[in-house]
Each structure stands twice: as C-alpha cells, then as structure tokens.
Design a protein around this ligand. Structure first.
Ligand code: AQP
Length: 342
C-alpha cells in the first residue's frame, strides 16, 4: 500500500482552509493509503510560539484530526518533536539542498517579508525539514494545498540529489495529491489573499471551533459585490471559474467555492441552483451549510481538548509507531552517508 505523510502546524486557530484544503482529505485518504498524519511542532517554532499555547495548539490539531474522522488505529497520528529522527534527517538535507533552491521559495519570501534578515534560520530551512518529514517514511504521496506545491517540488529535488550524490536508489520521488474543489480557500475580507491563521483580522477566517453565531456573523460580513450569481454557463470547459472572471469577482468566487466544497458538489451544480441569487440570500444558504458541516466537528474538538490525557496518549502511541518506521530508515541513511556506528 502506498504511504502518505502530511501535517498541520500547531500555530493556533485552525480554520476552514485547513479543513477543506487538508484535514478533510486526510479522512478520505485513509481508505486507500497507509497514512501518517503529523502535528508539525518543529515547523511551528520557526516563528516564535508561546510555550503553553504551543502545547494547547498541538492538542487542538490532534483533536481536529480526530473530530474530522481520522482513525488513530488505521493511521499514525503524532507530534513531530517526539520522533527525533525528523530533525536528524533534516540536518543531512541541510547539507544536500542548495542555497539557491531555498532562495527561490516563495513562502519564505511571503513570511519573512521585509524583515528577511531577522527571520529565523529555521524558517529559511523549513522546506528541508518538510522533505525530511516525508522521506523519513519513504512516503510516496503527499496531500497538500496548492500553496505547498513548491515545497514538494523541493522534496523531490532533494530526494533526487541525495540518490545521485551517493549513487543509490534510496528515496522515492513523491507525488503531490491536490484534492477537492477548494484547494485554496481565500480570506473572507480579501478574495486575493489566502485564508490564514496569521491574518490579524478574525473576520478573515472561519475557525473550525467557531460557534454557529460567529460563523453566521463572519459570513454576513464577508466581502462580496453587488452582482447576482451567474449561471453555470459562466464556467470554463473544465468546470472551473475562468481566471479573468475570478480576477474580476474574487470574493464572489471564493464564497461559491467554499459552498461547493462544503456541499461536496460541483460548481456547475451550485450555480445551476443559485443562478440569479443575490449574495444576501446565498450567504444565508452558505451559513446554514457551514454550521451543519463544521458545528459537529467543532463541538467534538472542544470535547477532546477537554480531555488532554486522552489526546496525549494517542500522540504517544502514534510516536512509537512512527519511530518504529523512521528509525531503521534513518539507520540506512547513516550507513549511506558514511557515519560510523561502531
Ligand atoms: N487557505 C487555505 N486553503 C486551502 N488549504 C490551506 N491550508 C492552509 N491554508 C489554506 C492547508 O492546510 C495545511 C496545513 O497548513 P499549516 O498550518 O501547516 O500551514 P499554512 O499553510 O502556513 O497555514 P496557515 O493557516 O496559512 O497559517 P499561517 O498563517 O501561519 O501561514 C496545509 O496542507 C495547507 O496547504
């Protein structure tokens, strides 16, 4: 069975983008792959995290996996820092990856912004750790939102260079799995930037733990435009919104995409039903749908977060199982690289 590795950072405030772009897919994939789902706390500390909040956020991500329906028996769920091999392999990859490759990573440029000189070395080397996460388990497939595609390309480059440098055929060249119709959920306040945990406006995102009232208020305040929804003929031959139309009405397209993803229906079906609707009415339907889909997940997350011992036990058991796979693979890497193990 092919193996999947994926993860979410425990940086607090999981949102609809994390759910639709990642966590919901984790549930579907567990039927066809051997899945390893990590709470990537080593990635989280590439920007400063309050230690108490980091622990709480690690439990929050774990609770989100479980509440969404990831089965901890079939899948491995653990937090990254419990398996030291991630950091060890990342160091070796720091020595394989080239500065030029990392200099091209757009996410570092976005996150470091104008303060590049003040960004942590960890933030710069983040993609090498991501490559280590994946290759430590020889994962063949990685489900990612399309913002992570570039990092995955780098993982493939690192695997290839390692294999070439040492004359081995050791690491697989993994494939991205970009799934679902909402691979990029945009901010509710600005349809041109992605919904993100770090956006200062709480109204830019729907949190996975938001109550019905908060969801309704955020959708009501979401930016739209005065035009009604078009019919399905507005879609391109691929069933997607054409680029120019998306550029002209980014917020409208975003809400439409969210609706279709939550309803698990095509854009054509939704537009067929909603043609001519004003956004005031469409927003009511979207609110009802979002509350119905997210409400039970948010409630279960809260229940689980109130039981930290149970969550911690799942992470501990997952870490043991992850370690059992990772350790022999790292041993082989040591042998290939030439580290003496007398
Ligand atoms: N807006 C989004 N639409 C679709 N997928 C998304 N993901 C994140 N935002 C969206 C996907 O969620 C997974 C976990 O993300 P992460 O927490 O590890 O990192 P991130 O992409 O940096 O998440 P955020 O929420 O945007 O956090 P900040 O604000 O810290 O940058 C990934 O698979 C990601 O694609």
């Amino acid at each position: 069975m092919n193996r999947i590795f994926s993860g979410v950072q425990p940086t607090g405030g999981l949102h609809l983008g994390n759910y639709l772009g990642a966590i919901r897919n984790f549930v579907t994939l567990q039927d066809s792959y051997h899945c390893i789902y990590c709470v990537v706390d080593l990635h989280a500390v590439t920007t400063w995290q309050d230690p108490a909040a980091l622990k709480a956020n690690t439990r929050e991500v774990t609770a989100a996996y479980l509440a969404a329906g990831v089965d901890p028996e079939r899948c491995i769920i653990f937090n990254q820092s419990q398996v030291g091999e991630h950091a060890e392999l990342a160091w070796i990859f720091n020595c394989v990856a080239r500065m030029g490759w990392l200099n091209r990573m757009t996410q570092f440029k976005e996150k470091a912004g104008k303060h590049r000189e003040n960004a942590s070395v960890g933030l710069f080397a983040y993609p090498n750790l991501m490559a280590a996460d994946i290759l430590l388990y020889k994962a063949t497939h990685v489900p990612v939102g399309d913002d992570q595609k570039q990092h995955l390309e780098l993982t493939r480059d690192i695997a290839q260079k390692f294999n070439n440098d040492f004359g081995v055929d050791f690491f697989p060249i993994c494939e991205p799995l970009i799934l679902g119709s909402a691979t990029r959920v945009m901010s509710l306040r600005d349809g041109k930037s992605k919904m993100s945990k770090s956006d200062p406006s709480d109204y830019s995102r729907i949190a996975m733990t938001d109550e019905a009232d908060a969801i309704a208020q955020k959708i009501r305040k979401a930016k739209t435009d005065p035009d009604p929804l078009p019919g399905p003929e507005a879609l391109g031959p691929d069933g997607e919104v054409p680029e120019d139309a998306r550029g002209a009405r980014p917020e409208a397209c975003n809400l439409l995409g969210i609706y279709a993803a939550l309803a698990e229906r095509s854009l054509a079906e939704v537009l067929g039903e909603q043609e001519g609707a004003q956004f005031s009415r469409f927003k009511e339907d979207l609110t009802e749908l979002a509350v119905a889909k997210l409400g039970p997940i948010g409630a279960e997350m809260k229940r689980l977060m109130a039981e930290p011992d149970h969550v911690d036990a799942i992470l501990r058991r997952g870490a043991e199982r992850a370690h059992a796979i990772a350790h022999p693979i790292l041993d082989e890497v040591h042998e290939i690289v030439g580290f003496l193990r007398p």
